[in-house]
Design a protein. Structure first.
Length: 180
């Protein structure tokens, strides 16, 4: 008779853990999507209005501010950012635990939908960002000198490491930190 209550307790504990993980993943996905949609819509509008240099100017002047605005809307227990191991802007450099996940992803034959990293007081949800549209290569691929992009990058990002990508390459990740 004692085995049945223990089995029930184990089953309930497992279900609770699954439910908690599903909730964390849902929160991470929602925050990640909110950030990427906000940045993507603005970037697309700039690209249509003035081409790659206008898009780069937008990123240089507004991407950090928009990221901060999205972050503030998420409340005190959730924060969001973009990271990479090949930053254009040093502020987007991955922290060591994030860089370790990105390095694992680069070696993987298939990217995961997300990775959860337990941290003290919560969890980090990481979702890959890939070069998934040909237009991304105008600023992150092989840069043509006649485009004006090369001059902009040299003037605004002299330490730029965010070029040379190809289609479907891993660019970085959104990181959503969720605390209790």
């Amino acid at each position: 008779m004692r085995k049945i209550p223990a089995l029930i307790a184990l089953t309930l504990t497992t279900l609770l853990a699954q439910t908690q993980e599903e909730s964390l993943v849902a929160q991470g996905q929602a925050a990640s999507m909110q950030l990427m949609q906000t940045l993507g819509q603005n970037l697309q509008a700039q690209m249509k209005a003035g081409g790659p240099v206008a898009a780069l100017t937008f990123c240089n002047e507004k991407a950090s501010t928009l990221t901060q605005e999205v972050d503030e809307k998420l409340g005190d227990k959730i924060s969001v950012k973009r990271v990479t191991i090949q930053p254009r802007n040093a502020a987007n450099a991955a922290l060591p635990d994030e860089a370790a996940v990105l390095a694992q992803w680069e070696k993987a034959s298939t990217l995961p939908a997300y990775t959860l990293i337990p941290i003290e007081g919560g969890v980090k949800y990481m979702q890959p960002i890939t070069i998934n549209k040909p237009v991304c290569l105008k600023c992150h691929g092989t840069i043509e000198s006649a485009s004006g992009v090369d001059t902009f990058l040299k003037n605004h990002y002299p330490q730029d490491k965010a070029t040379g990508y190809t289609m479907d390459a891993l660019r970085g990740a959104t990181v959503v930190t969720i605390t209790h």
